[in-house]
Design a protein around this ligand. Sequence first.
Ligand code: NAP
Length: 489
Amino acid sequence: MSTISAPEEQKILETVPKQLYIDGEWRDGSKGTFSVEDPATGETLVDVADASEDDAKAALDAAAAAGPEWAAYPPRERGEILRRAFETIIKHEDELALLMTLEMGKPLKESKAEVAYGAEFLRWFSEQAVRIEGRYATSPNGQGRLLTMQQPVGPCLLITPWNFPLAMGTRKVGPAIAAGCTMVVKPAQLTPLSMLMLAKILEDSGLPKGVLNLVTATSSGETMGPLIADPRLRKLSFTGSTEVGKKLMAQASDNLLRLSMELGGNAPFIVFDDADIDSAVQGAVIAKMRNIGEACTAANRFHVAGSVADEFAEKLAGKLGAMKVGRGTDDGVEVGPLIDDNQRSKVSELVEDAVGRGAKALVGGHARDGAGYFYDPTVLTDVPDDARLLSEEIFGPVAPVKGFADEDEAIAAANDTEFGLVAYVFTSDLKRALRVCEKLETGMVGLNQGMVSNAAAPFGGIKQSGFGREGGPEGIEEYLETKYVAVNL
Ligand code: NAP
């Protein structure tokens, strides 16, 4: 049963813009349209514009033309635009959450949380816009002065993934607007609707034409390649897979673009024997099941002290087994569908590989029959070291649990990956907590909590999870260049 009626769904789908947004105008794509699907039913929701190479170039033309005026725009006014957009999103959070659930599948409650989280980046950076500062210092030899100023990087290309359809965009758009950069935004083709709505909200909030241009496309490589090669572009900020990130980084090297790379993860979740097991299980449910496991921050493997591993696995299996699976608009649903058949097949393949090598499913282990791309929440024990899901990003509701003997073994296992986005640590021993946090090779750590996302904090990874930070005071620095003036005085 759903509390959302079909006409309500229809209304939000009618309201969302379906064209390209270039130079302050909504226009058709030169390649026609493509369909956006509801992953809970496999049915088409709406068709949106499919951009050609020329459309993408027109978007960069607009961003380049608007650049100088926008860079000189009063910072307070840039901030006020962001603030107004924040207020509008919060005012319409129910409709925006519904739109997100329709295109991405996650339960309404989680979509609402993402709408609030996504909006928070606009509020945070509205406050940062007026805090872009420089320095004035006396040269150490007393002769002359050192003056520094921070200036916008210039036209940016912002490419986002499907898993957080709004927040992955606002994390980039917010600081770019605050810093005085213009931009071309390309959302994922699987979930472009929330970003189309954001462009409309920013337009209605007074964003001048050409500052933000949005292009939806089926051929991302063909449309984005020429922009990356265009000497007018100054920065590429990408959130997505490590595989695509590496390709884009190679392309960006020709023009030595400024880069931010928010890439894949393989988060370890470590539980020591001195942890409060119930709160660790609660944290594990969040770290694993938020976004149906389709998060770069999702706990990918659970390393649990041998003496409490069975208790932890059984309690986790109890929680995951009790979660209601279904369409995200239905009452009480806690686990929506995976994004598409490819993603579900990949999850099935990883579980079959682990079970084939000797792992046991305490709960779940299967895809669901029928419409949509549902997969049962799964807990695996006795997972052998060579199981692929320990080294590959699962991106689904599957929790492999492994025991460890001591702290050194736990840290070694946690760091045994080329990724380095986030790790989770549960312990009641403060010295151990800090010791372990220092040794973990990740950009972020959740200490006794299963979530790290916060607009006021620097989000980002190391190793093959990328570089650059989004959110916090660091977030706007990605969109600023420092200029130094040597003053003869
Ligand atoms: P993806 O396949 O790498 O796609 C990401 C974006 O890049 C999409 O907009 C995609 O467009 C576009 N793209 C793909 N190939 C391209 C090319 N050759 N040139 C230009 N653009 C191209 O990733 P995804 O499947 O959408 O997202 C899941 C991945 O994102 C996971 O690995 C996850 O860990 C990572 N992620 C990381 C973070 C973080 O902050 N570190 C946050 C969220 C997600 P199309 O839609 O047209 O393919």
